[in-house]
Design a protein. Structure first.
Length: 286
């Protein structure tokens, strides 16, 4: 029994997949906490679909997928920031415009040369089949992003809570937003290999949403979010060996199960706690 459970650790590709998934999942979850704080969940969805034309173009030109995806994601993030600052459009309208434009362009590019584009890899990801060079890319992206977040997390927190206060203490909220979107684009690229373009949104939303139900203190929220993202990603890659299923799908299912558990049983914001407070309030009124 023990030998069977430890079997995945005997294969180098599985060990790489598990640890790289944990790194990428943890960093995405770190960013997820800020998306929850600012109410920008849809931006993660927009970026996850906006990288499709970059990936398609990279495949068609024989370039590293990460380069094309990062350029496409960065362009989409920059376009959203530009339109938000220069127009009167609401954020949801801007996100919808960028999301559909980039995703439509990506599908058009894929239709032009379907043979040169591995659509399954784009949609589902395949962390178990990454090459050593791709693994190095993912480690560099994840490690670099994590290092910056550890240094700048307080500045980002202040800027996201209150931009006016951030300016009064010498911070530049606009630059911090650019930094955040750059990191989000980079981590979206990394998560593409793990769960695919369509499920990246889960990696950058679900851990933060779950932690949001469990804590009102932002530092603790970050810690919980990172723990959820890293552990579920590691476990999902591990279980994919036995279940012979898509790694990304397993990771997202695990994160969803944890979210549902928190939604019901969270001590303060859970469904049962809310019903208990409502019952106590009703009894007190009587």
């Amino acid at each position: 029994m023990t030998q069977t459970l430890l079997e995945p650790f005997g294969y180098g590709y599985m060990v790489n997949a598990m640890w790289v998934s944990a790194l990428v999942g943890g960093v995405c979850a770190f960013l997820s906490a800020y998306l929850m704080l600012k109410g920008w969940s849809l931006i993660g969805d927009a970026l996850s679909h906006s990288i499709v034309p970059g990936v398609a173009g990279a495949y068609m030109l024989g370039l590293p997928f990460a380069l094309g995806a990062f350029l496409s994601g960065g362009l989409a993030a920059g376009a959203m920031l530009f339109l938000n600052q220069r127009t009167k459009l609401k954020e949801d309208a801007i996100i919808g415009l960028i999301f559909t434009s980039f995703f439509g362009l990506g599908l058009f590019m894929i239709s032009l040369s379907p043979a040169s584009v591995n659509i399954q890899t784009i949609v589902l990801g395949n962390i178990l089949a990454v090459t050593p060079s791709d693994t190095l890319q993912l480690v560099l992206i994840g490690g670099f992003s994590l290092a910056i977040l550890l240094v700048k997390w307080k500045d980002l927190m202040v800027a996201f809570f209150d931009e006016n206060h951030a300016r009064s203490i010498g911070l530049n909220p606009d630059r911090l937003k650019v930094l955040f979107f750059t990191l989000l684009s980079a981590c979206t690229v990394a998560a593409l290999q793990t769960v695919g373009a369509f499920l990246v949104i889960a990696m950058v939303v679900t851990p933060g949403a779950t932690a949001y139900l469990l804590s009102d203190r932002f530092p603790r929220l970050i810690a919980l979010s990172v723990a959820i993202g890293a552990v579920t990603s590691f476990t999902g890659a591990y279980l994919s060996y036995f279940l012979d299923g898509a790694t990304g799908g397993i990771i997202v299912v695990l994160q969803t199960l944890i979210f549902l558990t928190a939604f019901v049983f969270a001590p303060k914001h859970g469904l049962l706690a809310s019903r208990r407070r409502a019952k106590e309030s009703l009894e007190a009124g009587v």
